[in-house]
Design a protein around this ligand. Structure first.
Ligand SMILES: [Zn+2]
Length: 387
């Protein structure tokens, strides 16, 4: 004999055909699912799935479907009544029933871009400083990106260091959706001194960052082989870089939580991507002017990183790990010049092209008011529509 639980009995009673039963299902796209399979696993039959997918054709780019995207299905009387597909607060598609067919459209979300002045003071890390200032922690990643040629945010940051920046905030109904471009930023650090950078686009040129005197903020080589990221160590290990150049050891060890992204410090060509025994999973990249860099003990490789592949500066070529002969998770970073090991910490790399002399006056004119806003917190922020 079958005994029905009281809750189930209640559910069966409310499912009486007299009132069209409304049922709401919230799901996420799982690994190895495409939208159609996600819809099927949420209970849509093949016919309904086909009609929903057909409605989205030309409205939604199915290649952009990602694991974790949210699906909300509302059934009325067993039939799908409406379906929402949500990727982010600004990216949502709605499918509505219109007689026998379904109609899809992208939901219009009003966003505005506001330039804000953000100020951080470091107590422990740049990431924690952002949290303390009630900013989204991704601001730390954006700032680390802007200063990547001059500051190693794992190594050079000291308690009491101050950062301020003018950054675009993309808002919807007053709520931060994401940060836009960093227009200007200043880092005052005990170890690195003061660095100020400004985003500027020369006529017919590309946006780039320059210092106030018109010299480039960029160099051929980055300061750190570790991309700044918030990584929670599986072993609860705190970051402790060992920054001595180990002569017998021919390189620099960075104590790094497993999974910390490792990026190529310069443009180049991969000369090695594989296990080297004691070095564990290793990647070496050949750069211009006789330089080569190697990254050892990786846990995994970046997408597309194989011998012969071209890699760009800031491209993630792997993730730090504990493979090969090690006494703990770390990145071993080595640099060669014309075949001989050199200490990467001692290398001075020239900056990229400065603002051309003929444009310097124009550059100064553009940057002066931005510098003033960076220095003076009282100046009003600028709001403009669009994002
Ligand atoms: Zn080492």
């Amino acid at each position: 004999m079958t005994v029905l639980a009281p809750a189930l009995v209640a559910a069966l009673l409310t499912a009486a055909p007299s009132s069209p039963q409304v049922r709401i299902l919230n799901r996420r796209v799982e690994r190895n699912q495409v939208l159609a399979t996600a819809l099927r696993s949420a209970g849509l039959d093949a016919g309904q799935t086909d009609r929903v997918v057909a409605a989205l054709q030309g409205v939604f780019d199915f290649r952009k479907s990602r694991v974790g995207d949210q699906l909300r299905l509302v059934f009325r009387g067993g039939e799908l009544d409406h379906f929402d597909y949500r990727q982010s607060p600004v990216d949502e598609w709605q499918v509505r029933r219109d007689g026998e067919r379904y109609v899809a459209r992208k939901r219009e979300v009003e966003v505005e871009t506001q330039v804000s002045r953000v100020e951080l003071e470091v107590a422990s890390s740049l990431y924690d400083a952002a949290v303390t200032a009630k900013e989204d922690p991704t601001i730390a990643l954006a700032l680390a990106d802007v200063f990547a040629w001059d500051i190693d945010f794992y190594v050079d940051v000291r308690k009491g260091d101050r950062v301020r920046c003018l950054v675009e905030k993309v808002l919807s109904k007053g709520r931060l959706l994401r940060y836009g471009e960093v227009l200007a930023a200043e880092y005052r650090g005990e170890s690195v001194g003061t660095k100020r950078v400004f985003r500027w686009q020369p006529p017919d040129g590309e946006w780039s960052y320059f210092q106030e005197d018109g010299t480039s903020a960029r160099k051929a080589f980055l300061k750190s082989p570790l991309k700044f990221a918030h990584v929670t160590s599986r072993f609860g290990m705190r970051f402790h870089p060992v920054l001595e150049y180990l002569k017998a050891h021919q390189g620099v060890d960075y104590g790094a939580a497993i999974g910390t992204p490792v990026w190529s410090v310069a443009d180049g060509t991969v000369t090695l991507a594989g296990n080297t025994g004691a070095g564990g999973n290793s990647v070496c990249v050949r750069h211009r002017n006789g330089f080569e860099t190697c990254y050892l003990h990786l846990s995994s490789y970046g997408a597309g990183v194989r011998t012969g592949a071209r890699v760009a500066q800031k491209q993630v070529i792997g993730y730090s790990g504990n493979t090969g002969r090690t006494t703990g998770p770390h990145l071993h970073f080595a640099m060669k010049r014309n075949g001989a090991f050199v200490n990467p910490l001692n290398q001075k790399f020239p900056r990229n092209e400065p603002v051309p002399a003929s444009l310097l006056a124009r550059f100064r004119e553009t940057v002066a008011p931005i510098a003033a806003s960076l220095d003076a917190p009282s100046l009003a922020t600028v709001t403009r529509p669009g994002g």
